[in-house]
Design a protein around this ligand. Structure first.
Ligand SMILES: Nc1ncnc2c1ncn2[C@@H]1O[C@H](COP(=O)(O)OP(=O)(O)OP(=O)(O)O)[C@@H](O)[C@H]1O
Ligand SMILES: [Mg+2]
Length: 234
């Protein structure tokens, strides 16, 4: 599970995160919404240890990220908005390479299945990644994250670049992760996708989590209204 306890991050004079308190339990899919600059990526990056909090704590399965960074990262899989891969290697070679770095070692068949599950078309698996579209690279990133078998998933606009069908398939994958008891924190701008896949939704603005709700409690129209209402008020 994930816990932010009065998590605060200042960049110079600017406070990007104001004493954030947030818990994402096992099996929960928590979607963070909010305008550009709200602090979504900063939140995710504190859990990853990419950003060191000014005060407060980020815990991953009870592990203090700043104090035990390596241990905390063993529990985390991460999909960023733009997945970085080796352009001269194929999708399959990239997946195998990155997964081997985590200490895993599976048969080729297993990796091929993960790529197919992530929605990569079969004929692309053996082609070099420099020929891939953005969405195809994203699918390799999804397969890399799945292979790690981590109990916590941190996702920062993971569906950016995915076509509607791939995004739909991705929702299925996230639900499976949730059923397996993993905790998922996803920053996204996609209200529709958030409502569809989340168990809980939070709206951030100016570094604060201004409201949270159960995803079941709102339909898409209501969520959009709540979101717009919060954007109008200071
Ligand atoms: N490395 C940095 N140095 C200085 N300021 C930063 C840095 N990273 C983020 N910020 C600032 O922190 C605030 C929050 O940024 P953050 O990237 O967390 O927003 P976000 O909610 O992810 O936005 P977006 O929807 O555009 O991705 C912004 O005002 C941003 O300018
Ligand atoms: Mg961001």
């Amino acid at each position: 599970m994930l816990q932010a306890i009065t998590l605060t991050k200042k960049f110079g004079q600017h406070t990007a995160l104001h004493a954030l308190d947030l818990t994402v339990e096992k099996g929960e899919i928590f979607c963070l919404l909010g305008p550009n600059g709200a602090g979504k990526t900063t939140t995710v990056n504190c859990f990853l240890g990419f950003v060191t909090p000014t005060s407060g704590r980020a815990l991953v399965n009870g592990i203090h990220v700043t104090r035990q960074l390596r241990e905390a990262r063993r529990h985390i899989a991460y999909i960023p908005e733009t997945v970085m891969l080796y352009p001269h290697l194929t999708g399959l070679e990239n997946l195998t390479f990155f997964d081997t770095l985590t200490g895993n070692h599976y048969e080729e068949e297993y990796y091929i299945n993960l790529l197919l599950e992530a929605g990569l078309q079969e004929d692309a698996i053996g082609k070099s990644v420099q020929t891939y579209s953005k969405g195809m690279r994203q699918k390799v990133g999804i397969a890399i994250a799945t292979a790690k078998n981590a109990s916590v998933l941190l996702l920062d606009e993971p569906t950016s670049g995915l076509d509607p069908h791939a995004s739909y398939e991705f929702s299925h994958l996230l639900r499976r992760f949730s059923e397996e008891g993993r905790a998922v924190l996803m920053a996204t701008h996609d209200l529709y996708h958030a409502r569809e896949v989340a168990t809980r939704i939070g709206i951030m603005k100016n570094g604060r989590l201004i409201t949270t709700m159960e995803a079941d409690a709102v339909d898409h129209y209501t969520l959009e209204n709540i979101y717009m209402q919060h954007m109008r008020t200071v």
